[in-house]
Design a protein around this ligand. Sequence first.
Ligand code: ATP
Ligand code: MG
Length: 180
Amino acid sequence: MYLQELTINGFKSFADKTQIKFDPGLTGVVGPNGSGKSNITEAIRWVLGEQSAKSLRGERMGDVIFAGTDTRPALNRAEVTMVFNNDDGYLEQQPSQVSVTRRLFRNGDSEFLLNNQQVRLKDIVTLFMDSGLGRDSFAFISQGRVEAIFNSKPEDRRGIFEEAAGVLKYKNQKAKAQAQ
Ligand code: ATP
Ligand code: MG
């Protein structure tokens, strides 16, 4: 499985619909300070279900919607779509191309789509929980996080490795079953 395409529309500094295509392997994103590099990684975390506005450098979730500039009015909707190549069947019971979309409107309405069908946040989180791509996973290391990981408590660090190893989903299911 690999990320094939990312489309960002109205999210943070991406006022215009912007499509980025990726090849298998390593991709580097370069650009001047403030040009939107971190916004790209935040768009990826957001579409995978990030629920913390603070971790997206905002106060509330609506802050991810393009807020306007001196020359452009604010927009009313942020939308991000990610398409994965799943030819190797890594995402089980999913087609060879898997698309995930998240939309947020200024009035607070929000939507998640999996392969263009409306789903719950939970469905997205569960699908990616074991892929190493979960929103809190080791796959995303933002500025300052490396240090945070090394300084974290052993229990918290263990959680990071558990997600990477793919056992977190089962632990969550077990905790839920025990609570019932
Ligand atoms: P650096 O090299 O300094 O890390 P960067 O390329 O990672 O920079 P980002 O942090 O991704 O840059 O982008 C910051 C820009 O995004 C700022 O100019 C900020 O004003 C803009 N921005 C953030 N949120 C919004 C929003 N909701 N609407 C419009 N612009 C936004
Ligand atoms: Mg940055």
